[in-house]
Design a protein around this ligand. Sequence first.
Ligand code: SF4
Ligand code: SF4
Length: 324
Amino acid sequence: MAASATPPDRQSVIDYALGLGFHLAGIASVPESPSDPEARAVAHLQTWLKQGHQADMAWMANPKRQDIRQVLPGARSLICVALNYYTPQPHSPDPRHGKIARYAWGRDYHRVLHKRLKALAGWLTAAALEAGQVIQVRYYADTGPVQDKAWAQQAGLGWVAKNGNFITRQYGSWVVLGELVTTLALAPDPPHAAHCGTCTRCLEACPTGAIPQPYVVDANRCLAYHTIENRAETLPPEIVPHLNNWVAGCDICQDVCPWNQRFAQPTTLEEFQPYPENVAPNLVDLATLSEAEWDDRFRASALRRIKPAMWRRNAQAAQANQPD
Ligand code: SF4
Ligand code: SF4
């Protein structure tokens, strides 16, 4: 087929991504062999794994996570994107209410990101083909073996923070990340510098000491891990006294972050508006949640990852540890 156009370039890709509703978009290059920042991110992951900080999250050890070239052979670029999910409702201080991490209040972020990533992938593939170039693409929204935060920093979106979250200047860390890996070569954005500075607020605020040193989060001690990923019948006794009504995730190390206190802004996306029952859920309801109620209550929600028995476990543990 005769080429009738030029292939998409950096600016047209960014413009298209922002037009799809992504709040931030940037490009990282994939060199033939790993760059220094990539090698450092991989070494950091390897040390974290060696120390067992992944707990039961075996997928974190997938070797592909340590080499993007195994995720997509011939990969040349990543298009990294972010969506701001923040809505301003406070977590309920009422002891009868459970607390759910903000990212899960509205529609499942995987779906919200995937819908737009699919559109981006379709456009990119078609636009390259029009210019006579057959390209490969894969896209993920926390759904593949990709060090998404490290790549997003390379693409200039923000930085990997001391609490393991990803901070942007525009929205703080209230963002979800996605990425499209492609064989199309694109001009990269400059990487973002880290701006945690001398701050240690998140390390001090974590109720379980789950951030033993900057940039290291030990899942074995993290409330988010235990309430969402831990499938055991009961929660560890050293964790339970610190639940403080968190039944699905934990926002403490984000709530105390000065970047969030200064730069959080309400999302423009209707999809992330909270389902009312997620902002201040009744602990009694969750402690007795049936399979049918679970199925009905958590449709199109990231909270489906927490199975009914886990909800009952988490809520009952929170109820048993009410402050006097
Ligand atoms: S999510 Fe909560 S428990 Fe986990 S590291 Fe942050 S503050 Fe600590
Ligand atoms: S609280 Fe301070 S150290 Fe922690 S992520 Fe925010 S800026 Fe970084």
